[in-house]
Design a protein around this ligand. Sequence first.
Ligand code: NAP
Length: 249
Amino acid sequence: MNYSPLVGQTALVTGASRGIGRAVAISLGKAGAEVAVNYSSSLEKAEEVVEAIISSGGKAYPLQANVADESAVDELVKNVITRSQSLDILVNNAGITSDGLLMRMKTMEWQKVIDLNLSGVFLCTRAVARTMLKQRRGRIINITSVVGLTGNAGQANYAAAKAGVVGFTRSTAKEFASRGITVNAVAPGFINTDMTKDLDTAGILAAIPMGTLGTPEQVAGAVNFLASDPAAAYITGQVLQVDGGMVMA
Ligand code: NAP
């Protein structure tokens, strides 16, 4: 028997052409949601994700948009609602790094990381809020990072953006709690994707009690749980770490 707890729901996953977003889109699609697969430039990869969902019996379509661009985000959300007639789950996943020590960090490197990783979350959340408030139902899941909790030398821009996402998650969770909308964050540790492929993993692995990098599918499992009903219906404003035990507060 297929387990399809999200049948009849629509999910928008930002940055779903690769890595964690790809795994999240496929996981939500397998759980029965119709998935809008957002991407920035990788049309072919987004189409592969759509194909993977459709071939497993689900529904999906690709939508290009730069989620750091206000009018592109408004258009993206309008397209999803026109096409699917609802928007029940938003996964704010799109993100980039532009690492460097603070003394050498260019303003542009700071700004582009804040624009996508933090302002993008604000723009997408604001754009879906009206629909979710009217429905009195919604799940918003923001992908932050353990680096937003601990800080990391060479990632002041990224850590600031991800810490901002935690504050944003808790504030919007409080604003929306009485309206049937939950807002939570998932904080991955080091996950095997394009973002981490050039890192020297020796030192990193030593800091992870479980001794391995995580997989995108393991992050997708946490997102899928937070999207599920009734399992996660009473959870809001939380940060769920998926990090092999790397950071224990
Ligand atoms: P990734 O493999 O580099 O994939 C990034 C995704 O974001 C791609 O689908 C990319 O689309 C999309 N994207 C980039 N710029 C965009 C824009 N302006 N508008 C819309 N989409 C855009 O990254 P990842 O490792 O899967 O990371 C996903 C999320 O998890 C990020 O928020 C990241 O900060 C967070 N995270 C990752 C790790 C890790 O270890 N990998 C750890 C903690 C947190 P295109 O393919 O079209 O470029």
